[in-house]
Design a protein around this ligand. Sequence first.
Ligand code: SF4
Length: 204
Amino acid sequence: NNGAAPFLPDRLDLDSLREAATRCEGCDLYRDATQTVFGEGPASARFMLVGEQPGDQEDRKGAPFVGPAGRILDRALEEAGIDRDDVYVTNAVKHFSFVLRGKRRIHQKPTAAEVDACRPWLTAELALVEPEVVVVLGATAARSLLGPAFRVTRQRGQPVPLGDGAGALAVATIHPSAVLRAPDRDAAYAGLLADLLVAAGTVN
Ligand code: SF4
């Protein structure tokens, strides 16, 4: 596998991109996953939210952030005053990576090579949507967008240049699934919300 680049369409718009991504074999993750889970949202969105990868429910339904983490995210967006119509949501990796334990599919963090392989899709989404701010949800998305030296724990909630050439800002925060796993869920949620409020404050 040579990554996603050879699978990108000639005509770059969100519909042709999404359609072409259904056939991507840029890394091995397409083999066991149900389907490609591409980003969703309007091309006019001022906010782009980037997570790690689809989870079990996202893989089955073919849409990003429709499982438990998505519900946390929806609530936090609403509380932060960010309109869903102004949001494009996607993931650093477009196929579900998992290991089987019995019949259960357990989420497995994508490798650096898989993140690299999938980056052409994310780069194309960024170029088409041209968001004003990218909310980077967790370490995998941060690695893809901000490089391996970026540390979400230390640099979250601070607007930094995305370096996309279009002047977009990035604000990193935890992945909403980390709220579900946190010993103190309320504190973790409050942190996510605070970072989203920073992102909201960078636009308009
Ligand atoms: Fe292609 Fe990304 Fe899926 Fe790998 S994870 S097959 S690069 S869409």
